[in-house]
Design a protein around this ligand. Structure first.
Ligand SMILES: [Zn+2]
Length: 350
C-alpha cells in the first residue's frame, strides 16, 4: 500500500487541508480498477468504518499478490467538512462559506480527460478545488463507490439506470434493502459526475462499470460488527468484479429488493414546524393512508397536531434522526410503486 498525501492550500494564508490517498497497485492490466471514498459529508461514518476494516484486508491481499486491478481508497474525502463544527455540533453537509452541499455542483465532463478541471492551485475556492481533485482521483477507475449514509435508514444504493441490472451484485454483496434508480440529474452529485462520461460510452462498455452512492444505513450505525460486515461486503464485491483474487469468496447475486425510480419516492415533508412523533419505523411496509408521523405544533394541545399519512402503499426506507423540525423539511422517504404526485426533477434532498 502506498500512502499519498495531497495538500490543498486554503483560501486565505496560513491554512491548508490534507487528503490522504491509499493506493494498491494491481498486477493485471486487464482487471478493472476500483475507487472507494467515504465521508464526503464530513461526519457520515459508517462508510469510513467499513473502509477502516477493509484496508487491512486489501493489504493482506496485496502481500499475497492477489490485487488484480488498481485500487484507490480515500477514507476521509472531505477534510473541509470534517472540520466544520459550530457551537459543539458537527455540520458537514453544507460548506460554511457558500452553503453549497458538498455533494452537489461537481463538474460534469463529457470524457475521462480531466485536463479542463481546475488545477490544485487554480484561483478557485478550496471546495471547488477539492471537488476537482476528487474527480481526478476517481475517474481513472471503472468502479467508483462513494460511501455515504442517511439519517435513520436501511442500507440502500443510488444507481443510474445504465448500470442496472448489472449492479445487483453490489446490492447482494452489501445486503442492500433497495436501489433508488435515476436517469436525469442528481444535481451534479459526485456520483453523477463520475457517471456522466460513462454515459457517453457505447452501451457494452458501460455494463462492466459500476458507479454508485452507497447509503450505509443511518448516522449512528457505526460499530465494530457493522463495520466489519460492511467491509466483508465490499471485499466480496471487489472479488466478484475481479479486482481482487480470492477463491475462498463467492458472491451469490440474489438481490430481490425494490428498484425504485426517484419519481416513485414519496418525500414526506413537514407542513409546519414542531416536535416529530413517528408512527412508522424504517423497514415497515405500510398501506396507503397509514399514519406515518405526527408533527406537534402546539405542545399540550392535540388540536395543533398534524398527522401525515402514506400517499400510497410502500416501504419506509428512511426517517430523520432528530425530533424537531422546521416547516418544509424532509421527515421520511417512502418507496412507492407509482409516481409520486410531488415528484420533482433532481436529487431528493437539498
Ligand atoms: Zn452523504
Amino acid at each position: 500500500m502506498k500512502t499519498e498525501t495531497i495538500t490543498l492550500a486554503g483560501d486565505v494564508p496560513g491554512n491548508s487541508i490534507e487528503l490522504r490517498v491509499l493506493r494498491f497497485e494491481g498486477r493485471n492490466e486487464m482487471a478493472v480498477a476500483a475507487y472507494l471514498q467515504s465521508s464526503l459529508h464530513g461526519s457520515e461514518l459508517p462508510g469510513q468504518a467499513a473502509l477502516h476494516f477493509l484496508i487491512p484486508m486489501l493489504e493482506k491481499a496485496e502481500k499475497e499478490g492477489r490485487v488484480a486491478g488498481n485500487i484507490t481508497v480515500v477514507p476521509q474525502a472531505n477534510p473541509i467538512g470534517s472540520a466544520q463544527w459550530l457551537a459543539h455540533h458537527h455540520l458537514g453537509r453544507f460548506e460554511f462559506f457558500s452553503n453549497v452541499n458538498f455533494n452537489r455542483s461537481f463538474p460534469l465532463l463529457e470524457t475521462f480527460d480531466t485536463a479542463a478541471l481546475p488545477a490544485i492551485d487554480a484561483p478557485k475556492s478550496l471546495a471547488e478545488r477539492l471537488k476537482a481533485q476528487l474527480l481526478r482521483l476517481a475517474l481513472p477507475h471503472e468502479i467508483v463507490l462513494d460511501l455515504h449514509c442517511d439519517d435513520e435508514s436501511e442500507s440502500y444504493l443510488y444507481v443510474h439506470k445504465a448500470f442496472l441490472p448489472e449492479m445487483y451484485d453490489l446490492a447482494s454483496a452489501l445486503g442492500s434493502t433497495a436501489i433508488l434508480s435515476w436517469d436525469s440529474t442528481a444535481d451534479a452529485a459526485f456520483e453523477e459526475a463520475c457517471t456522466h462520461p460513462v454515459l457517453q460510452l457505447p452501451e457494452a462498455q458501460r455494463k462492466a462499470r459500476a458507479v454508485t452512492t452507497v447509503e450505509f444505513r443511518g448516522l449512528n450505525d457505526v460499530d465494530i460488527e457493522t463495520g466489519k460486515s460492511d467491509a466483508e461486503g465490499l471485499y466480496r464485491f471487489l472479488v466478484h468484479r475481479g479486482v481482487i483474487s480470492d477463491s475462498s469468496v463467492e458472491l451469490k447475486v440474489d438481490f430481490n429488493g425494490p428498484v425504485t425510480p426517484l419519481e416513485n419516492v414519496e418525500m414526506i415533508r413537514a407542513p409546519q414546524g414542531g416536535m416529530i412523533l413517528f408512527h412508522a419505523d424504517i423497514g415497515d411496509e405500510v398501506e396507503a393512508g397509514a399514519k406515518l408521523v405526527t408533527v406537534v405544533t402546539i405542545p399540550g394541545d392535540p388540536g395543533g397536531d398534524i398527522t401525515l399519512t402514506a400517499p400510497q402503499a410502500g416501504r419506509i426506507l428512511t426517517r430523520r434522526s432528530h425530533r424537531y423540525t422546521r416547516r418544509g423539511d424532509d421527515l421520511m422517504k417512502l418507496l412507492g410503486t407509482k409516481r409520486s404526485d410531488n415528484a420533482r426533477p433532481g436529487s431528493l434532498e437539498a
